[in-house]
Design a protein around this ligand. Sequence first.
Ligand code: ATP
Length: 232
Amino acid sequence: MIKLTGVTKSYKDFEAVKDLSLEVRDGEILGIIGHNGAGKSTTLKMMVGLISPTSGTVEVMGRDMARDGTYVKRFLGYLPEESPLYENMTVNEYLRFFSELYDMPPAKAKERIDLLLDSLKLPERNKLTGELSKGMKRKVAIARALLHDPKLLVLDEPSSGLDPLTSFFIVDYMRRLRNEGKTIVLSAHNLFHVEYVCDRVAIMKNGRLVVCDTMENIRKDLGKREYEVKFM
Ligand code: ATP
């Protein structure tokens, strides 16, 4: 679904991501973990075409993002690490606004919004987004990312900074989405959530990929390889 080959991203003379080759397989949840500044967000932004690599290639669904990014983006849903909402809009107005940006017919948009609000347990559709709790805001941002029913979801720390129950709900929701056929990449600090939900885990350190494998294999190799798993 996503293939990064020899990707480097430099900000002036600082290399945030270094020679990264990584594949996200169809139908899996791949977790990217690493310390602050490891290069997770930069990697995710390149996957969705928000920023371009300095060198190397990013392919999504077999297409080069440098050439076909505009086409591919319609199949992509992205949750940025910081997802400010328009706080003077109600949840419903906010999602309707984004459905218009996606050119969704109003009846289809309503059906999709109803379904998302229901499955995300977001009953307060007429409340201003600015008045919602942090967890509810995150759910609205996830609904926005899912509005156009993308095949591929890229989520930057979807469960971080939330209360444990909401955090677990969101992680479990990712599992449900994967079981419905979506491919998901998410970054996280919380290893427990990653273990619970991810089929494979990529560990990044100082912009480099240390390992990408199942948690089971990574655990077997702990101590043999020189990598560090950071617990929150
Ligand atoms: P965190 O968990 O804190 O979000 P991260 O693993 O997502 O960290 P990135 O946000 O990808 O890391 O940042 C990687 C490195 O690149 C950091 O040192 C960061 O300061 C630097 N960086 C990121 N964006 C920029 C930018 N626009 N300009 C300059 N440096 C940047």
